[in-house]
Design a protein around this ligand. Structure first.
Ligand SMILES: NC(=O)c1ccc[n+]([C@@H]2O[C@H](COP(=O)([O-])OP(=O)(O)OC[C@H]3O[C@@H](n4cnc5c(N)ncnc54)[C@H](O)[C@@H]3O)[C@@H](O)[C@H]2O)c1
Length: 332
């Protein structure tokens, strides 16, 4: 089986490629990634010499180059993760988000459709997994959780671009019968995440003795999922998810930002212990809130649990500590 992964040099894509490569010993993998500031090919060191893994630097906005790659590699399945992913960047400069997330997803779908669909309208065996975010659903108040039935209400240029891509994917199933499946996942944490994201920022600034910036009063709530749990869920949805369906994925693990930041500081106090007056929490500094900052995200993951038997099983505490140690090695 030939598996194409887009965005495989980023945070989730690199974790996913290593996971899939180890799990499917017969499969061949091609990673296409434009190598943006958020990428790091060293995350793939454990598989880079494998004769079942290849990398091609490619921007999925470049449709002609993408066509050549698809025709050359002949994928049976696609895991589509390539995207601009940082909300703050989408506020300061939204255009790359529309290009990569909307136009890029269209290019990939259309080139896959042309490759997989036969002249008589029938399809060669294939599967297209589109990896999206819970942010497409907007924000929640104190109660409730997003499910597959929640109406879309994206609030940032990032989430709007992901919502746009979700709709194009949906239309390729409805109109052409393409074998697509979409996942909408909550916040991931774990190794390989870019410096700009919350957890790496907290660890990096704390270790440098700098102020730890927290938006507003830190009251915003996110549901955190360990990236390797997410990879297992993606694999399962790719293998067994119902054609044309969507699955929300979450950790059932809600944290106010401020509580999570304090938790990380406590781990650093135990692991390093060099915070001001013995406590890294003294570095926490509230900064002006992000414009339009969604208040709360939470996921009702009962569909994926009931249909596919998946739920987040790993211990949050253990994996947060392991994650902190991974970044300590990067930053110290
Ligand atoms: N990180 C999260 O918490 C989270 C949660 C839910 C969903 N997602 C989704 O998962 C996917 C991966 O997210 P991530 O956190 O790993 O992001 P990331 O920013 O770490 O990695 C994205 C990768 O995509 C590549 N890329 C971007 N535009 C491209 C283009 N035009 N052509 C080719 N490659 C391109 C980048 O170079 C980068 O390597 C995204 O689609 C994101 O929307 C992320």
């Amino acid at each position: 089986m030939n598996i194409l992964v887009t965005g495989g040099a980023g945070f989730i894509g690199s974790n996913l490629l290593c996971y899939l490569h180890d799990r499917y010993s017969e499969a061949e993998f091609l990673n296409i990634d434009k190598l943006s500031y958020a990428s790091d090919l060293s995350y793939l060191n454990s598989i880079k010499t494998s004769n079942r893994y290849r990398f091609k630097k490619l921007d999925i906005v470049d449709r002609d180059a993408l066509r050549d790659i698809i025709r050359g590699f002949e994928p049976d399945g696609v895991f589509h993760l390539a995207a601009e992913s940082h909300v703050d960047n989408s506020i300061s400069g939204p255009e790359p988000f529309i290009q990569s997330n909307v136009v890029g997803t269209f290019n990939l779908l259309e080139e896959c459709r042309r490759f997989w669909q036969q002249e008589d309208g029938n399809w060669n065996p294939h599967r297209f997994l589109h990896v999206s975010t819970d942010e497409v659903y907007g924000e929640l108040g104190d109660e409730g959780a997003f499910s597959e039935k929640t109406p879309y209400a994206p609030n940032s240029p990032y989430s709007a671009s992901k919502a746009g891509s979700d709709f194009i994917v949906r239309s390729y199933h409805h109109t052409y019968g393409m074998n697509v499946v979409t996942t909408n996942c909550s916040n991931n944490f774990g190794p390989h995440q870019h410096d700009e994201k919350l957890i790496p920022t907290v660890i990096r600034t704390a270790l440098n003795g700098k102020e730890i910036p927290v938006y507003g009063k830190g009251e915003n709530v996110r549901d955190w999922l360990y990236v390797k749990d997410h990879c297992e869920a993606l694999d399962l949805v790719f293998q067994q998810g119902k054609k044309g369906d969507t699955y929300v994925i979450g950790g059932n693990n809600e944290w106010k930002n401020i509580d999570l930041v304090k938790k990380i500081c406590d781990i650093l106090n135990e692991e390093v212990g060099e915070g001001p007056e013995g406590d890294y929490k003294n570095l926490i500094t509230f900064v002006m809130d992000r414009p339009g900052h969604d208040f709360r995200y939470a996921i009702d993951a009962s569909k994926i649990k009931e249909e596919l038997g998946w739920s987040a099983t790993r211990s949050f505490e253990d994996h947060l500590r392991e994650t902190v140690r991974w970044y300590m090695e990067q930053y110290q």
